[in-house]
Design a protein around this ligand. Sequence first.
Ligand code: NAD
Ligand code: G6P
Ligand code: MN
Length: 440
Amino acid sequence: MKTFSITIAGGGSTFTPGIIMMLLDHQQEFPIRRLCLYDNDEERQAVIGKACRILLKERAPQMEFSYTVDPEEAFTGVDFVMAHIRVGKYAMREKDEKIPLKYGVIGQETCGPGGIAYGMRSIGGILEILDYMERYSPRAWMLNYSNPAAIVAEATRKLRPDSRIINICDMPLGIMEHMSKILGIPAEDFDISYYGLNHFGWWTQIKDREGNDLMPALKAYVKDNGYDISLGDQDKTDQSWHDTYRKVKDVYAVDPDTLPNTYLKYYLYPDYVVAHTDPNYTRANQVMDGREKTVFSAARDIIEKGTAKNCGFEVDGHASYIVRLARALAFNTREKMLLIVPNGGAIENFDPEAMVEIPCIVGRDGYEKINQGRIPHFQKGLMEQQVSVEKLVVEAWSEGSYQKLWQALTLSKTVPSASVAKQLLDDLIQANRGYWPELA
Ligand code: NAD
Ligand code: G6P
Ligand code: MN
């Protein structure tokens, strides 16, 4: 059986151990010959790297493993690059979230001004990794989780049109896991239609394997509860995610013909979100005090004990999705998966040059898009506004244009006026010195 070589870029990410655990679980169907972690933060990388070395020595001693900050070593002889970098790390995410809140504007990792600021940092980092991959392993695929995926995807469409990169998001999958629990039907059995932009989409159909329509039962639940479910004693979901899942009931109410992505709350109910956010303790603080501590203390524990037996690393849906995508490409499984891809007519009455999130069939040669037909005015209007924001950010980055970034912020549905947009922009420029290109 063919064996594969994988590099995880952003090797020091909190999500790296989960992906490695998932790869270990699937060694039979997806044998890995070589695994390399690459990061540009040597210290952060070393903690995860040392722990994973111990883990792999115990569970897959035949696998060649390394961790490095050297691009040539990382990207030579690779079949898949799994990327999840965070340019500026949590310290900058905290600023992305807190600066807009000073103006009463939502402060969020990927939506609104925070997402725009993060996009301006991410584009360069992603292009750098993509260029390394193409220099050292031109036939490799890059599977990218790095956020803000919508802006990153538009940047790679426009600036690296021929590169072998597929951008993905785990949110729809996470939501479908909730739908599965609501209905008591495995998510693998769902046959879906879905369209939108990343963190900005809607399900239009969900059927089971026999073709039965599952939307009415789901809608009956969502109307009162959103996608929120109680997982009992096993529930490790942060309260803020429970709130997000619950708020879906109000997002759904605006268009009861479809079922929405959770992220639409930031665009449809920004006033509510701001009123329910502590400007001194945002999601970045929760993640630093939560997931980051948990993962890094599990890693340090492994290093200290010299063994990964009963270790705290865990697999999750996030890891399973990217591993399934790699397997689909490697073994031509022709699985239906949601990907962020150039529209090119798949949403008939929408910009063919927009990056959209739609179901695709994935196989050896990449993906084939599944046509989602025409979309209604409500979604089309929202998407045209948002995709224009994303395109303006990429133009601002590549042209070094202050004007275009001001336009992007002004156009964002989350920002009330051009004057607030300008104040925000000037603050964000200060905060992002050294990360953004110079704007003139
Ligand atoms: P994290 O800060 O723990 O990890 C990111 C790592 O990237 C850090 O170790 C950092 O040093 C490294 N890094 C930063 N710039 C780099 C560069 N230029 N080259 C190499 N490495 C670099 O962050 P996290 O919370 O684990 O998230 C990682 C990424 O995955 C984020 O972008 C996050 O938004 C994204 N993510 C996306 C999805 C999705 O649905 N698409 C889901 C979950 C997480
Ligand atoms: C979901 C989204 C990701 C996002 C993440 C944030 O998984 O799909 O794009 O990065 O949530 O989660 P966090 O726990 O870091 O706030
Ligand atoms: Mn996402």
